[in-house]
Design a protein around this ligand. Sequence first.
Ligand code: ZN
Length: 172
Amino acid sequence: MIKGFKLILKAASFAADKHRTQLRKGEEATPYINHPIEVARILAEEGGVDDPEVIAAALLHDTIEDTETTADELRSLFGERVTSMVLEVTDDKSIKEKAERKRLQIVNAPHKSPGAALVKLADKTSNVRDVGARPAVDWSEQRRLEYLDWAKQVVDALPVANHPLKDAFKAS
Ligand code: ZN
């Protein structure tokens, strides 16, 4: 368990450094790192997930997509399994159309590994709560409703059945 503890703190510290200059889009402009920490907390506390590599992947889940972090960097520090989970929840930014990236999240959701599916589910739960509690300043009601509808489609397509996190998402 000590080993898992170290891995989780190392991931938290690494992600905090990588996201250090970023803020969330909401009105309060909270530090970006609050979001990955919340995703990890949702997994552990609401989802009962006790696999340290899944918690580490949650802390790191936006580093490749939203910072300069490379897969090789993650691989050398956190190993192959954590890295592949992060890659599975990373959008392909070479696809320029945001609408297409969002469509692919739905199409690709059924093929996620069990760990990546849980990270994705907790990520969507955190985002849906944020859209309700502290929406991006320039988001209309229409845009928020469209976001919720899309997030539900992604979650419904994930290979996760009868997990407490599914209920947590629905309640959100
Ligand atoms: Zn996220």
